[in-house]
Write a protein that binds this ligand. Structure first.
Ligand code: CDP
Ligand code: MG
Length: 696
């Protein structure tokens, strides 16, 4: 496909240009390439944040909250926790916490910091993500964790007493958990004035955060903090030292951004001097597809003297492959990293000179009217586009190829993204706050208020799940048990119902499988093999029962990787399932659940499934020849995803675990049910809606 590039019309200017959207930073006196440092210590000292070490420590000492804004790669995440430790904030058994929205980033920065400090990961420096804890209570002093995990820790220790400083990193991402955490930390600060917060990010609206954390004048008037830290937040801006990045736009829009990114990479590889390429696509599927296309292109061009190393980067990528991404590019070769927006600000990749920006990312969207939440490939904001561009100018002047037109960028691209809080289903959020004793959720002090309709929907579901009582309080033992299990409340409810129905062994396996991205390996061009493999395990009852067949086969094979390979099953994912299952077994034990198997009585199994995800029930439209279903609650049109074992089987009644939307809304992880189970599972919810249907 021919693409016509034209350079952006704007003139290069120094310093980050707010209006124009072109990133040019004032280059500091040092123009070192960042390559070939002699020691880790020297490397640390060359990071922009090093010049601010004293200032940061002073501000943290004297202010309750410090807001630190600095370009990606300036050293915020890896250095600030170390500075704090060096200054004594981890003495007396205290711990310094640094949160990240993404699990992969938690692992990557923790291992980097352990390496810089010359300690074993899990000792002095550790990390915790859901289902994986690499810390030692007695030894770990710097702890990286997802903001979701820190929220969970509050259930045992509401004031987070073991932490002296909590650094909420990547705050500009405005993830759901980050926003909940910020709201709660503000409350904690009132009770624990000695706690210090650092809010750090690449592009935060510092003023917004500063206003949010400013402790009210009324309190200040009391003079309570005369000798303590100052209540108004300090703002520090770390000047980066990026290089100019020349921006190119497409002359005409393209319809296939995946193909367009592949040809752009080949164009750069053919025509531009050495330097690594970073491509922003949206998710594992299109990243793997692009990687494969590129690998084929490279193989077809055997004459080429310089090699192109193609590497994917997305969450859920096995450790060994992650390491390849971060390792230096061999001399005379060029790396192309194809990434989700995790490389936008969360991770710093060295050596990138060219960026290809598809203009899209995968985003969560929730519609409270239809009560549908799904991950959608959606256009990014100008703020994101700027960040992506900036990735090209870290080691020398770079180039950014935007796969959209300049006119689109200027006139149509939104300036900022919408906080996740305002585009999410709030069920998990509400249960978390309720379990922390925060009952007036609408009156909660949020950095961005969620939509009242979304809140009402969440309360409705929690009530139907038996988690909240008539006063919307979390009082029932079921409610507390569900809050204890670190899963989507609907899946937690499945486990509790399975306990009553006698199929908890099977349900925790299913819960484990639903917690990993996919247990199937999809290779472009090998769709037939995958479909055949799926058929070997297929159960007429649906995908979740099919998973049990896969799990059983995996155990029978002696957890063999060869067996996985033969059956198009992701071995790494299955190992993870075993780990998660083991943790769920322990949690269940703590909650007094005695694991019991139903010996494949699929009826009780499906009843337990229905008890959890009853809200996602659908009925086949009988007049429809196309397999159209409608959701019971909101009459939305949905279809069974082609990857489901029930595709084209079309049972009359189904429940699904999640939706994906492309040209249509597709249900994933579908189970065939009997509609009477819905009334059993959630009488309040379905009394009116299903009465007619069941008779039908
Ligand atoms: O947080 P911020 O974006 O400001 O920077 P950082 O993540 O602390 O990265 C600082 C430096 O550490 C960069 O030069 C990275 O290349 C390097 N780093 C690394 O080499 N490997 C990692 N896993 C993480 C950071
Ligand atoms: Mg960082």
């Amino acid at each position: 496909m021919a693409q016509f590039w034209k350079p952006g019309a704007e003139r290069p200017r120094l310093i980050d240009d707010e209006e124009g959207g072109v990133l040019f930073y004032a280059s500091s006196s040092s123009t070192s390439s960042g390559i070939g440092y002699s020691s880790i210590e020297k490397q640390r000292q060359r990071l922009p944040v090093f010049n601010y070490r004293t200032a940061i420590l002073y501000l943290v000492e004297t202010h309750s909250t410090t807001i630190i804004v600095g370009e990606t790669g300036s050293g915020k995440t890896t250095q600030i926790p170390q500075y704090l430790k060096e200054a004594g904030w981890a003495e007396g058994g205290r711990v310094i916490a640094c949160t990240q929205p993404r699990r992969l980033a938690v692992q990557a920065v923790a291992s980097r910091v352990a390496e810089e400090m010359g300690v074993k990961l899990g000792d002095e420096v550790g990390y915790t993500i859901r289902f994986e804890d690499l810390t030692d209570q007695n030894v770990t002093r710097i702890k990286f964790l997802t903001d979701g995990v820190l929220l969970r820790e509050m259930m045992d220790d509401p004031l987070l007493t073991k932490y002296s400083v909590i650094m909420v990193d990547e705050a500009h991402e405005r993830s759901l958990s980050t926003d909940i955490l910020l709201g709660l930390l503000k409350k904690i600060q009132r009770r624990r004035p000695e706690l210090r917060l650092i809010i750090s990010s690449a592009t935060i609206e510092a003023k917004l955060m500063s206003d949010f954390f400013c402790i009210s004048k009324r309190r200040k008037g009391k003079g309570a903090e005369e000798h303590g830290p100052r209540p108004e937040p300090a703002i520090l801006s770390v000047q980066g030292r990026g290089f100019n990045v020349q921006i190119h736009y497409l002359e005409e829009p393209v319809s296939d951004y995946l193909q367009a990114s592949v040809s752009t990479v080949m164009l750069i590889h053919d025509q531009e001097p050495m330097g690594d390429i970073l491509v922003f696509l949206t998710g594992q599927d299109d990243i793997e597809a692009a990687a494969q296309l590129l690998t084929e292109e490279v193989q077809n061009q055997k004459k080429k003297s310089s090699r192109l190393i193609v590497l994917p980067l997305y969450s859920g990528l096995p450790r060994a492959e992650q390491d390849l991404v971060f390792s230096p590019t061999p001399r005379g070769q060029r790396k192309v990293i194809i990434s989700t927006n995790i490389a936008e600000t969360s991770l710093t990749l060295e050596g990138i000179v060219y960026v290809v920006d598809s203009g899209f990312s995968k985003q969560r969207f929730y519609n409270p009217i239809s009560d549908i939440e799904n991950l959608v490939v959606a256009p990014i904001s100008k703020a994101s586009a700027k960040q992506r561009t900036g990735r090209a100018g870290r080691v020398r002047p770079g180039k950014c190829y935007r796969l959209y037109t300049e006119e689109y960028f200027l006139k149509e691209m939104p300036a900022e993204g919408i906080p996740e809080m305002q585009r999410s289903n709030l069920v998990s959020c509400v249960i978390q706050l309720k379990s922390l004793g925060i009952d007036n959720i609408l009156g909660f002090d949020w950095p961005a208020s969620p939509a009242p309709e979304a809140m009402v929907r969440a309360l409705e579901v929690l009530y139907a799940l038996g988690i909240l009582d008539d006063d919307a309080k979390l009082t029932s033992p079921t409610g507390f048990q569900i809050a204890e299990i670190p899963l989507d409340p609907m899946i937690s409810k499945m486990i509790l119902s399975a306990n009553q129905l006698g199929c908890s062994e099977e349900i925790i396996t299913i819960a484990g499988i639903l917690s990993v991205q996919s247990i199937w390996v999809s290779i472009r061009g090998a769709q037939k093999e995958l479909d055949e493999a799926r058929l070997r395990f297929a159960a007429a009852e649906g995908d979740l029962v099919t998973y049990l067949n896969v799990y059983k086969g995996f155990l029978q094979s002696g957890k063999s990787s060869q067996w996985c390979h033969k059956n198009c099953i992701n071995y790494q994912a299955m190992k993870k399932v075993i780990e998660i299952r083991e943790q769920l077994r322990r949690i269940s034990h703590r909650l007094g659940i005695v694991l019991k198997s139903c010996d494949r009585d699929t009826e009780v199994l499906r009843k337990a499934i229905t008890a959890g995800i009853f809200a996602n029930a659908c009925r086949l439209e009988t007049f429809s020849q196309t397999g159209m279903y409608k959701t019971i609650r909101t009459s939305q049109e949905v279809y069974i995803h082609p990857s489901s074992v029930l595709f084209r089987v079309n049972p009359k009644w189904v429940v699904f675990h999640s939706l994906v939307s492309t040209d249509r809304q597709y249900m994933r992880n579908v189970t065939a049910i009997d509609p009477s189970w819905l009334l059993e599972a959630a009488p309040h919810f379905y009394q009116h809606q299903t009465a007619n249907y069941v008779a039908y």
